[in-house]
Write a protein that binds this ligand. Structure first.
Ligand code: ADP
Ligand code: 5GP
Length: 229
């Protein structure tokens, strides 16, 4: 009766550093082959265990600026003294193949995407409390104290931007947060603006077929009607 758009959805996930965005989204992508997490470029130095081309494309500031000039990014922003940007390249290709593309990006970049693609889905991951956020930021052991405080200060401001998003997921219990994000993505697929075409069948044909159906004539309900008559 309906044909739905084959195009994948563009999903933007933001939230303060340490809220659990990467933890949640990597689990969502692991469980769903039709989800692709975009790999950003950054001028920040790799953390221990991070690999070029897997976690990020690690560039120098100069390389990043060269790419800005060459219109390589869909969006980019400066965060905590470094550049971060989404390469345009693969996004349209993936969406056209029906794959959902997730961008895990900070708020300035997310708002640029909102201007470019207003119909994208915007999800905000919220920590259960400020104290828990600071604990997670430090527990990750990826930044020194000074950087943690810098990120916490940014996070404190970012929390007020939540109303610019379509959904907010509080990441207290991890499994529950993952399940909520998966449910939101599923629900979005059912939105009526994803209907591409109404396929209306011929009503007369359907009624004619029903009237010709002898099986119905012999059904208990038909016998009952005959008796009553
Ligand atoms: P972000 O990507 O938002 O910066 P991460 O995914 O790196 O955050 O998570 C920050 C830290 O918090 C990591 O050490 C991660 O293992 C931990 N973490 C994430 N979600 C939870 C949770 N629900 N409960 C406890 N720890 C969590
Ligand atoms: P981190 O240094 O913790 O990996 O990332 C810092 C912040 O930059 C996070 O909020 C992360 O989501 C965001 N970020 C990562 N990639 C991009 C990107 O391509 N564009 C923008 N605008 N932000 C990004």
């Amino acid at each position: 009766m309906i044909k739905q758009k084959k195009q994948g959805q563009l999903i933007v996930v933001s939230g303060p550093s340490g809220a659990g965005k990467d933890t949640i989204i990597s689990k969502v992508a692991e469980a769903n082959k039709k989800v692709w997490i975009s790999i950003s470029a950054t001028s920040r130095k790799p953390r221990k265990g991070e690999e070029d081309g897997i976690n990020y494309f690690f560039l120098t500031k100069e390389e990043f600026e060269e790419n800005i000039k060459n219109d390589y990014f869909l969006e980019y922003a400066e965060y905590a003294g470094n550049y971060y940007g989404t390469p345009k390249e693969k996004i349209v290709e993936k969406l056209n193949k029906g794959i959902n593309v997730i961008l895990v990006i900070e708020i300035q970049g997310a708002m640029k995407i909102k201007e470019l693609v207003p119909e994208a889905l915007f999800i905000f991951i919220m920590p259960p409390s400020e104290k828990t956020l600071l604990k997670r930021l430090s527990g990750r052991k990826t930044e020194d104290k000074e950087k943690i405080v810098e990120r916490f200060n940014i996070a404190y401001k970012e929390i007020n931007e939540v109303t610019k998003y379509n959904y907010v997921v509080v990441n207290d219990d991890l499994e529950e947060a993952i399940s909520k994000v998966e449910s939101i993505i599923k629900a979005e697929k059912c939105r009526v603006d994803r209907i591409e075409e109404m396929l209306v069948a011929n009503k007369e044909e359907i009624i004619h077929e029903f009237l010709m159906d002898e099986e119905f004539d012999n059904s208990p309900i038909s016998e009952k009607i005959k008796e009553e008559e």
